[in-house]
Design a protein around this ligand. Structure first.
Ligand SMILES: Cc1cc2nc3c(=O)[nH]c(=O)nc-3n(C[C@H](O)[C@H](O)[C@H](O)COP(=O)(O)OP(=O)(O)OC[C@H]3O[C@@H](n4cnc5c(N)ncnc54)[C@H](O)[C@@H]3O)c2cc1C
Ligand code: FES
Length: 261
């Protein structure tokens, strides 16, 4: 059940070049109910200020029920995210969450392929941890512009096969992360993807060209601007084969075949 709460920042770790991995306190008992793919909406302005007015959405990167904390990965793009990335240990954030649906691991799946672009890495780390806890095999593909923009291997669960691609070839495959996908298509039962829209279009092209009989299935976490996060403003709609859906309530996770691209 989503609620508004104050989260205290306990740690800020610089990662992926310009980004910050933030550890934030949660209300007691909330962490145990949070699942991979969900997100929170954060007020990214000072008390008393009205700018920027709207909350900004952030995926949950990980939770620790023992310490009642979650981790968030924050990359500064514009005003709100830059404000958030500058927060310091000891400050509190006004947070609404948890929100949205979750990635669904099929009971029959054994081999999972993660495809991450940039800060899209966040929810796929939590999903990998959940999959490993069930004894599943996970390969995690990550793409970035250059080596420093990638998630450090130490931040990916050790039992995961971690394979990277960079635009400039400074680490791993030179090119798009989706170039790596064909090698895993016959192995993977399910693919989970989070990243920019261009990555989804490329992934869809690769999967449609190579897959046999609808396997592997693909779930994507779509990124839409979100004003309310509660299904009221219709600012975040996604066109699906079932009609227009609010990605803050019905999503942000969709089966790739359900979305009208
Ligand atoms: C479900 C969901 C989960 C998300 N999870 C994360 C996360 O885990 N970590 C994270 O860092 N971000 C995440 N985002 C994106 C984050 O919410 C945006 O970066 C943020 O809303 C931007 O707000 P801003 O005020 O900084 O930018 P604005 O001031 O609103 O925008 C400034 C400029 O930046 C551009 N811009 C804004 N967002 C992006 C973007 N994502 N990519 C490229 N250009 C952009 C705008 O087009 C505009 O030109 C998520 C978004 C969604 C919908
Ligand atoms: S953000 Fe308002 S309906 Fe989704």
């Amino acid at each position: 059940m989503a609620r508004e709460f104050d989260g205290e920042i306990l740690a800020c770790e610089p990662v992926m070049g310009d980004s910050t991995l933030m550890t934030v306190t949660l209300p007691r008992g909330m962490a145990g109910g949070m699942v991979a793919g969900q997100f929170v909406q954060i007020l990214t302005r000072m008390d008393g200020s009205h700018d920027p007015l709207l909350r900004r959405p952030y995926s949950v990167y990980g939770v620790d029920p023992d310490t009642d904390t979650m981790r968030l990965l924050v990359r500064p793009y514009g005003r709100g995210s830059a404000w958030l990335a500058e927060r310091q240990v000891g400050q509190t954030l006004d947070i609404l969450g948890p929100l949205g649906n979750a990635f669904q691991i099929s009971p029959r799946a054994r081999n999972l392929l993660m495809v991450a672009g940039g800060v899209g890495a966040a929810p796929l780390v939590m999903l990998s941890e959940q999959a490993l806890a069930r004894g599943l095999s996970v390969t995690y593909l990550m793409g970035g512009m250059r080596a420093e923009a990638l998630l450090a291997p130490a931040l990916v669960p050790a039992a995961v096969e971690y394979v990277v691609a960079t635009d400039d070839g400074s680490r791993g495959h030179r090119g798009f992360v989706t170039d790596l996908v064909p090698d895993y298509l016959s192995w993977a039962d399910q693919i989970f993807a989070c990243g920019p829209e261009a990555m989804f279009l490329s992934l869809r092209g690769v999967v449609m060209r190579h897959r046999v009989g609808g396997k592997p299935t693909v779930q994507v976490s779509v990124e839409r601007g979100m004003a309310c996060g509660l299904g009221a403003c219709l600012g975040c709609v996604v066109e699906t084969k079932r009609g227009m859906r609010t990605s803050c309530v019905d999503g942000p996770i969709y089966d790739m075949d359900e979305v009208v691209w």
